[in-house]
Design a protein around this ligand. Structure first.
Ligand SMILES: [Zn+2]
Length: 159
């Protein structure tokens, strides 16, 4: 694959990934992608989104948490470009990023940025969720955010 290709997440070219163990707490997060939804546990008392999943709210210690979808939009908080084959995984190089979910400032995910050359990724860049499906797990990855009606190339030229 050349740097200019825009990788699609197709059944045929998915990289090997170590999959999470699904339990009652994290099931909504890892399976929301089946419906195209990024889902977090949310405190029903104070509205705080909780991630990684724990059985209580770190903000108010409330115990009533329920899965709720967010918009799927986020910004790149920090990132690194991995050139080393530490373990079987995506084609090198790839971007490991911490993204901040739009709905809450401290709601962050460690993920990969896909759909653009690694050299195009910048801190503060707007991204949107895309899912890679393995068995009963939908892994949330992020690609450059493209407003409705814009092409990826137009968005890239504007940045
Ligand atoms: Zn709470």
């Amino acid at each position: 694959m050349s740097d200019t290709d825009v990788p699609e997440v197709e059944e045929t070219d998915k990289p090997f990934r170590i999959l999470p163990r699904i339990d009652d707490l994290n099931r909504a997060f890892w399976t929301g992608g089946e419906r195209g939804e990024l889902v977090f546990l949310r405190c029903q008392s104070c509205g705080y989104f909780v991630h990684p999943p724990v059985p209580f709210c770190p903000s108010c210690e409330g115990r009533e948490l329920a899965p709720e979808p967010v918009s799927g939009r986020a910004t790149v908080h920090t990132f690194t470009i991995n050139h080393q084959p530490w373990m079987p995984g995506p084609e090198l190089p790839y971007v490991v990023a911490i993204v901040e979910i739009a709905e809450q400032a401290d709601l962050r995910l460690t993920t990969n940025i896909v759909g653009c050359p690694p050299g195009d990724v910048e801190i503060g860049m707007a991204v949107q969720v895309v899912f890679e499906h393995y068995d009963d797990v939908w892994i949330p990855l992020f690609e450059p955010f493209v407003a409705a009606g814009e092409s990826v190339d137009a968005a890239r030229d504007a940045s």
